[in-house]
Design a binder for this molecule. Structure first.
Ligand code: FES
Ligand code: FES
Length: 158
């Protein structure tokens, strides 16, 4: 491991990213213009900076970037982009699972992690899994409906 870079697979693409020893993963990704990964609390409690690291949701604001060296990272951009949204993103649109949208990338990533592990979650399992992702707009009923909707779409695809 070099002191000033990390090597990761970011949304399927191997990349080498500049990273100082005290940079968080969030800081490194924002410099790379990964705009879906957002800082709010900066303390690991709100989930807006969620990134999937080797498939597990992580608060990138409190993860030193070098601890993510040699991992696979997924951000919302890797799930889909406007015009080619992924299934979970489509479900959030269909159920209006957002208001301002600030929490949405993190919510979508956390929901993706859950549905990969548990394709048929109960409402309580969804609430429990998303407990680390806060929505300041209070769109929780619609977010719950969106995750249920995504589970149905994924089941139909399977
Ligand atoms: S900004 Fe990282 S958890 Fe809130
Ligand atoms: S939609 Fe605004 S913070 Fe969740």
């Amino acid at each position: 491991m070099s002191d000033d870079v990390i090597r990761v697979v970011l949304n399927g693409e191997p990349v080498t990213l500049p990273a100082a020893a005290d940079d968080t993963l969030l800081e490194v990704l924002r410099r790379e213009r990964v705009h879906s990964t957002r800082e709010s609390c900066g303390q690991g409690v709100c989930g807006t900076c969620t990134v999937l690291v080797d498939g597990r949701s992580v608060a990138s604001c409190i993860l030193l970037a070098h601890l993510a060296d040699d991992t696979e990272l997924e951000t919302a951009e890797g799930l889909g982009l406007p015009g080619h949204l992924g299934v979970v993103q489509e479900a959030f649109v269909a159920e209006a699972g957002f208001q301002c949208g600030f929490c949405t990338p993190g919510m979508v990533l956390a929901a993706t992690e859950l549905l990969r592990r548990n394709p048929t979650p109960t409402d309580d399992e969804i609430r429990h899994h998303l407990a680390g992702n806060l929505c300041r707009c209070g769109a929780y009923p619609e977010i719950l409906a969106a995750v249920r909707h995504a589970a149905r779409l994924l089941a139909e695809e399977a």
